[in-house]
Design a protein around this ligand. Structure first.
Ligand code: ADP
Length: 598
């Protein structure tokens, strides 16, 4: 015999045949030992040995190639065929002239005195014992039948106990009342009865029917009988010889009698087992237990619907919010553009107003300068006369030869001083008339007040008015355009002088004062006269353009002064409690940092 005949294994090594030991090792030896001996004798040169295996051991033995052939139940065979490629080479025939296609059954038994347990559905909330969840005849056939009767053994029973081999324990557990019902292979009860281990009358079979031999009470349809299968690595030639040997086994052979069968036949179809496994979703069909979309939908469609509606609502909400944002953004952009246009227009208008105001201020200054001119001419007259006198004196003394060089230098020096004084007067007037853009600079307020007084001095002298001042030292600088500020002060001086017209000499006084109010952060410039004061009816209209009570006035002085002061961030107001006379106060904010130029 060649090496291939030993299934690819070492020659001389016994070839193991694994047999499912559902009634324990001893019983298996008793049933199958003679068959193995028969094979060893009938196949010369090959020594077969019996390997009783539980279901778990069977899988491991096949997986690790520890056996060459297996004899097992149909369910276990179908599973191993799917997983490890074992293939059946013969099917057991229990009885002669009976199809081996219907030979495996399950019997579901209860005690005969349990009147309450008559239908399979009565097993609800009862305890049931079976050999193992993987046992074919010992559980899975019954499971399928229960399922067809609307009973899920894993969910509906009070307890499902798997006892393991041997199956006889299940029968005795039912008998003793340890469990309410038991599941065993078909014909086991009859066998045990024949062996005198039990009395059949003590038991009732649920969903009772007869097996194909008409000798066993069973609860399920019949399934194919046990196959003998070869492992994928076992040689075909050896398998063929083994099959032929088995098929040739004579009837009533010692081995067949011991194994409680009549012989072997060609392998039958195991499709029924596949169908059952598909129904139970076990073995090769275990993957069906994975939740499929259909299954998930049928179970949880309400939740899917809620989730779908939630997502749909959310999408709609997001879309709506986006729409709103888009609309609002467009509106905002439009509003922004409108605002920008308005701002530009306003800025242009302000710019125009400012330049008009500057123009007006200049015009008013020119007119004021015109009014001041006669006084200034008088003031200019003095240094010019002095220069002329000094020059005349020099000529005379030079002609008479009575002048030394030092004396001449001193006289010329005086002439220079007088010329400078005249120059300063003209300079002030020119400065006052200068037309320039209003540029705010840190300004020495006291200096501006003094310059304004100098300009107005000649006019005051002409009118016999005495000007006095009380200026606070160390005033903080304010931000202002000096010429315009001077213009405001001169305007107030002119108004004061106008108000003094016709009054007695002791009241022809104008006082200017400055002070700093740290709490307000303002510098005050007060112009006070001792005239008749402000007429109460005129008071609300003082700062209105073209309001005047004098015949030669234009009514622009105070309104222009107010515009100038306000454009410096300050205010101009009338002080009420002054008697006699009137007092106008200019308030300008102390310069902190924002000036156009330092
Ligand atoms: P105008 O001097 O050309 O009349 P203003 O705007 O300078 O224009 O002054 C408006 C009016 O305010 C004057 O006509 C006068 O009635 C009143 N006013 C101004 N200053 C004084 C003052 N110091 N005392 C009394 N009334 C005054």
């Amino acid at each position: 015999m060649g090496a291939d005949e030993k299934g690819g294994r070492d020659s001389g090594q016994p070839l193991k045949i694994g047999v499912l030991a559902f009634r324990g090792d001893q019983q298996t030896e008793k049933n199958w030992g003679p068959t193995i001996d028969y094979l060893s004798l009938a196949v010369p040169g090959v020594n077969f040995t019996l390997e009783p295996l539980t279901l778990e051991q069977m899988e491991q033995a096949v997986q690790t190639d520890q056996v060459s052939f297996i004899i097992t139940n149909p369910g276990n065979y179908v599973d191993l065929e799917y997983r490890y490629g074992v293939s059946r080479i013969a099917t057991l025939q229990r009885f002669p002239d009976q199809s081996p296609s219907e030979r495996t059954y399950s019997t579901i038994l209860v005690r005969a005195d349990r009147e309450d347990l008559r239908e399979l559905s009565d097993l609800k909330h009862q305890s049931v014992m079976a050999v193992s969840a993987n046992a074919f005849g010992g559980f899975q056939l019954a499971w399928g039948e229960m399922q067809r009767h609307g009973l899920d053994p894993f969910a509906d029973l009070s307890e499902l106990v798997f006892s393991g081999f041997p199956l006889d324990n299940i029968v005795t557990s039912v008998q003793s009342g340890l469990v309410d019902a038991g599941i065993v292979r078909g014909c086991l009860l009859e066998k045990m009865d024949r062996a005198g281990l039990i009395n059949m009358a003590d038991f009732r079979v649920l969903n009772e029917g007869m097996d194909s031999s008409g000798q066993c009470r069973v609860s399920t349809p019949g399934y194919p009988d046990w196959p003998l299968a070869k492992l994928a690595n076992t040689s075909d030639r050896l398998a063929k010889r083994l099959t032929m040997t088995l098929l040739a086994m004579p009837r009533n052979h010692r081995a067949a009698i011991a194994g409680e069968y009549s012989g072997w036949t060609i392998p039958v179809e195991y499709q029924a087992v596949h169908d059952l496994f598909r129904e139970l979703q076990v073995g090769p069909y275990e993957w069906m237990r994975q939740p499929t979309v259909n299954l998930l939908w049928s179970r949880y469609w309400q939740w899917f619907l809620i989730a779908f509606m939630g997502v749909a609502w959310w999408l709609w909400h997001v879309y709506r919010v986006e729409q709103l944002v888009r609309v609002r953004t467009t509106q905002l952009t439009e509003a922004n553009t409108r605002l920008q246009t308005e701002m530009n227009e306003r800025q242009q208008a302000e710019q125009k107003l400012l330049s008009q105001q500057n123009e007006l201020a200049h015009v008013v200054r020119v007119s004021t300068a015109g009014e001041l001119a006669s006084g200034l001419a008088h003031e200019l007259n003095q240094p010019l006369s002095a220069i002329s006198s000094y020059a005349q004196g020099c000529i005379w003394r030079l002609e008479s030869g009575r002048i030394t060089q030092d004396e001449l230098r001193e006289i010329i020096q005086r002439m220079v001083s007088e010329a400078e004084r005249a120059g300063a007067i003209i300079q002030r007037l020119r400065g006052f008339l200068r037309k320039e853009h209003a540029l705010c600079r840190p300004t020495d307020i006291n200096g501006a007040v003094r310059d304004a007084m100098e300009l107005f001095n000649a006019e005051a002298n002409k009118r016999g008015i005495s000007l006095s001042r009380d200026l606070q030292e160390d005033l903080p600088p304010v931000c202002s355009e000096t010429i315009q500020l001077q213009q405001v002060i001169i305007n107030l001086l002119r108004n004061a002088a106008d108000a003094l017209k016709g009054l007695p000499a002791e009241r022809l006084r104008i006082e200017l004062s400055t002070r700093h109010d740290p709490d307000e952060g303002m510098v005050h410039i007060d112009v006070r006269d001792f005239g008749p004061g402000i007429d109460p009816d005129s008071k609300p209209h003082l700062f209105e353009p073209f309001f005047t009570t004098t015949s030669d006035g234009m009514g622009l002085g105070l309104s222009l002064s107010q515009s100038i002061v306000e454009s410096h961030g300050g205010t101009i107001r009338v002080i009420d409690d002054v008697h006699p006379g009137a007092c106008f106060s200019i308030l300008l904010p102390v310069h902190k940092e924002a000036c156009d130029a330092e």
